[in-house]
Design a protein around this ligand. Sequence first.
Ligand code: ATP
Ligand code: MG
Length: 633
Amino acid sequence: MGNPQGFEAFHQRSITDRDAFWAEQAQLVDWHRPFDRVCNYDNPPFARWFEGGLTNLCHNAVDRHLRDRPDQNALIFVSTETDTEKTYSFRELHTEVQRMAAILKAQGVKKGDRVLIYMPMIPEAAFAMLACVRIGAIHSVVFGGFASHSLASRIEDASPVAIVSADAGSRGGKVVEYKPLLDEAIRLSSHKPGKVVMVNRGLAAFTAVEGRDVDYATERAKVMDVVVPCEWVDATHPSYTLYTSGTTGKPKGVQRDTGGYAVALAASMKHIYMGEPGETYFSTSDIGWVVGHSYIIYGPLIGGMATIMYEGLPIRPDAGIWWSLVEKYKVSVMFSAPTAVRVLKKYDSSFIKRYDLSSLKALFLAGEPLDEPTAKWISDELGKPIVDNYWQTETGWPILAICNGVEKAPSKFGSPGKAVYGYNVKLLDDQTGEELHGSDVKGVVAVEGPLPPGCMQTIWGDDARFVKTYWSSVPGRQVYSTFDWGIRDKDGYYFILGRTDDVINVAGHRLGTREIEESISSHPKIAEVAVVGVADQLKGQVAMAFAVLKDTALLGDEAALLKLEGEVMKLVDEQLGAVARPARVRFVGVLPKTRSGKLLRRAIQAVCEGRDPGDLTTMDDPAALQQIRDMQS
Ligand code: ATP
Ligand code: MG
C-alpha cells in the first residue's frame, strides 16, 4: 500500500509520534509558561498532559481575543422563552466575567474550590463558568431543572463552596422554579455551601436565605470596574467536573483538566468542525451537558468564534426558529442531536426552506445513533453535509468523526466516521478481550491508553472507580472501554450498534437492539421505537419493541394496533430474519428518556423483567415508564 497519506498519515502520526504531534497542536493555544513534558503516562491509565505548563481556559477563550477582535460578537444570547436577544462582544464578555469572578471571590471562592452552577441557559451561566476557570475554581454544572434528589447527590459529591443559581428557567413558556428545588437539595445534602449567588430574572418570586443567599445584581453593581486577572494554573489543574447522562446507570462524575482540554478543543475546531475565527457557532445543546461545555462555551470561544446560547424549544414559536438564527447570525457551524432532528422531522420542511442558510457549512450531530432515515431527511432538506460524530462526557470531544479539516472525506449514512486523531481505537471481542481485525467485524469499541488530551483525568474523588469502571472490563489487558459496541467496515468507518448492555442474545444469535430499531422505524407509521432484550426461559432473551406512532390517534384502536404489530414483525422478518423478530410490539404515547433525550432502554428492560429500574434521577417524564409498567400487569 505504500506510505499512508492525508488523514491516514495524520492519524497514524498522532499515535506513533504522539508527543511531537500534540506539541504541535498545543501551539493553537496560549501558554503562560511552556510545558516541559507533553504526556506523562508513567502511571497508567492516568495520563498527565502538558506537565509543567501554565495556562488558563478563560484567558484562551476570552482575554487573548481582545487584541484582534475586541468588538466582535463573542456571546449571542437568544431566549424564545422570555423574548430576549442580547449580544456580548469579547470586550463585554471580558468585563462581565471579571465582575462574576469578583463576586465569587467575595463569597470566599479560591483556587481549587468547587462552584456548583445550577442555571438555565442565560448569559450569567456562561459568565459563571468562565469566571470559575479564570480564578482556578472548579465548576460543576448541573442541568437546570433537575429534581432536588439529583441535585443533592451532586452537591454532596462536589462539596461546593458556593452555588450560582437563578430564580427560574422556562420551558415551552412554562416557568420552572429553580429556587425551591435548590433549597430542598441543600436541605437534603450533608454538605452545605457557604454562599448561593442568585440571579433574579424576575420569573418567580423566592425567599432569600439570610446570610447565605446573595443577589447577583446587587453584588455586580459594587464591582462594575473591577479587574480580576487570570490565575495561571498547571495544565493538569482540574477545570471542571461533570456528570454523564445516566443512561446506563448512576451518573459518573467526570473530572477534566485545563491544558489538555484547551488544546483538544482548539484542535477539534480546526480539524473536525472547521469553524474559523470571526464566524458563528450554534450548538443547540444545554450547558448542563458535555456538548454545552465543549461546544457552546469553550470550543467556539477558544477558536475566536461567536457562540449562540439558545434558551427555548426547537419548535417555538415555530419549527423555523433555529434556521432563522442561522440566517440572522450567519451561523457557519451548527451542532445538534438526532433527537432534536427527529422532532423537527414531524414538521413541514418549509420551516427550513424559508431561510437563507448559505453561511452554514455543515451540521454536526452527536449524542446517540443517527438513524439513516433521519440523516437522509435532514441532509436532503438542508442540502449541507451532515457530520455524525461519536463521543462521550468522558472524552469531551469526538472519538469518531470525519475530520474534514484534515482531509475531505464522504460521510456514510449510519456511521460517525473513522477514529479521530489521538484515539487508538480498537474493536475487541467482549468475551475474550482479543482485538478483532479485518472488516465488518463486530466488537466493543475500546481505546488504547493513554487517552488523548481533553479526556477525563479520573472520576472526581475516586481514582479506583475510574480504573475499575473504564479500564478493567476487558480480561487480561488495560484498555479504555466505551461500553458501546460497533462494526468497522473495510474503509475504516465505524457503525455504532448501541451499548454493550443493549446487545441481546436470542437463541445464541447476538443482535444489536439498534439494528432492530432501525428496521422497525422504516415502517411509515412509526415515529420512534425502543427495543430491549427481555429474559426468556426458552430462548435466553427475546426482543421487545415499544413504538410511538406518528398518528397517536390510532392508540385507542385495538384492531388497528394488532394489524400494525403484525406488519412490523413481518418487516423485521424480511429485513433481518425471524431471529430478530420482536416477541411483541407495543404502542405507547411516549418513550422514557433522559433529560438529554436519550432512550432509557435499561429502565424499560428492567420493568419488562419485573426488576427495579435503578437510578432514574436523570429521567425526563416518569409517566412514560409508568405506561410500560402498566402494560406488564
Ligand atoms: P451514562 O454513561 O451515565 O450511562 P451516557 O453514556 O448516555 O450516560 P453521555 O456521555 O452523555 O452519557 O453519552 C455518551 C454515549 O452516547 C456514548 O457512549 C454512546 O452510547 C452515545 N453516543 C454519543 N454519540 C453517538 C453517536 N454519534 N452515535 C451513536 N451513539 C452515540
Ligand atoms: Mg456513558
